[in-house]
Ligand binder design. Structure first.
Ligand code: HEM
Length: 329
């Protein structure tokens, strides 16, 4: 885990510079605004009210990844599933109650991981600045830090998302299914304002983590022509251990790199929704480009992630700052 340590140290120095720069900007212009509205999201949202929030999240994610590097994937996926349902409002973090089955208990979310990391960061932040930093912001920062600590790009995100109060299992029907083809993926991401190219860049998140057999076994039954025959055998072998057996998306499951796209070019994508990106003429060019040029993938990924992190954000009084990320106040 030398990479996680080295990256965290570089960040600590960079953050001091960043805060100083922001203060300078405050002095010059009052504040550096990103969004609109009095309570809109801003890069410096917590500068005065909770200046160490970003550092606490970074430290918490760093130590979590040191003991379990696979959590980077968990945090990144959790942020995506948060943003696509009800916007980035921490709705995925809410626990079910006797009157309500929450998003996290949907079949699409049962393998989400990393809730404890968010709880840890929240607890430390509440000690320093009670009732100020939203769970949605903590999750967005944690996902961003996970990408960086796993070797990916580092990018700044505005803060000031408020937490939502609705989390319902039925809403998760709007998450993309692993059986989707390129046209279906383009359509569902298009509904959230993403281009086909941005959808391919976001799918690059599958450079981290694993899928369970239940998410791809239908490809083996129907002998998928887009699947390399040798890799089909690998998938079958994985599935021989049962529905919950895990298959890494690429050869470097804990490293954020462009190996995922190279796997797609070799017809060794794990999910139908992965391999379709190379099989379809609509998206093949982008996949080949990212397979050849990791810097281009990193650049496009960070832009698309920033955009995703601002999906349907609740600002001002349209949401709350939850005191416990697992339940509404
Ligand atoms: C393009 C449409 C997408 C589909 C259909 C999809 C579907 C899936 C599925 C089925 C899994 C495996 C779940 C399991 O078997 O337990 C998975 C894992 C994952 N997804 Fe996606 N996903 C998509 C896009 C994204 C995006 C946009 C992100 C983040 C920006 C993301 C991040 C991840 C990560 C990191 C994992 C690994 C999780 C882990 O190892 O714990 N996915 N996805």
């Amino acid at each position: 885990m030398a990479r996680v340590k080295k990256r965290a140290a570089a960040m600590a120095a960079a953050d001091v510079m960043w805060v100083m720069l922001l203060m300078e900007m405050m002095g010059l212009s009052g504040s550096f605004r990103f969004g609109v509205g009095v309570d809109g999201v801003r890069m410096d949202y917590y500068l005065m009210s909770c200046p160490f929030a970003e550092q606490i999240v970074m430290n918490t994610v760093t130590s979590a990844l040191q003991s379990d590097p696979t959590l980077a994937a968990g945090l990144l996926r959790m942020h995506f599933h948060d943003c696509f349902i009800q916007g980035c409002d921490g709705s995925v973090l809410i626990d079910s109650t006797k009157d309500n089955t929450a998003e996290k208990d949907s079949p699409a979310n049962l393998s989400l991981r990393g809730y404890q990391v968010i709880d840890d960061a929240k607890e430390q932040i509440e000690e320093q600045c009670p009732g100020v930093v939203s769970c949605a912001d903590i999750l967005a920062m944690a996902a961003r830090d996970a990408v960086f600590l796993a070797g990916g790009p580092r990018y700044e995100i505005p803060k000031g998302r408020k937490d939502g109060s609705r989390s319902r299992i039925e809403d998760t029907i709007n998450l993309p299914a692993p059986t989707f083809n390129a046209s279906e993926l383009i359509r569902i991401f298009g509904q959230h304002g993403f281009s086909a190219k941005e959808m391919v860049a976001l799918s690059g998140a599958h450079t981290l983590g694993v899928a369970r057999c239940s998410s791809f076994k239908q490809r083996l039954r129907n002998s998928d022509p887009t699947l390399d025959s040798g890799f089909a055998q690998t998938l079958s072998k994985t599935c021989s251990a049962g529905d919950t057996a895990e298959q890494p998306f690429d050869a470097t499951r804990n490293a954020f790199d462009n190996a995922y796209y190279n796997a797609l070019v070799k017809r060794a994508g794990v999910l139908t929704s992965d391999q379709t990106l190379f099989a379809s003429a609509q998206t093949r060019g982008t996949v080949s480009g990212y397979a050849m040029n990791q810097a281009m993938f990193f650049f496009d990924f960070q832009q698309a992630m920033l955009k995703m992190s601002l999906l349907d954000v609740k600002e001002g009084s349209t949401g709350e700052v939850r005191l416990n990320c697992r339940k509404i106040n």
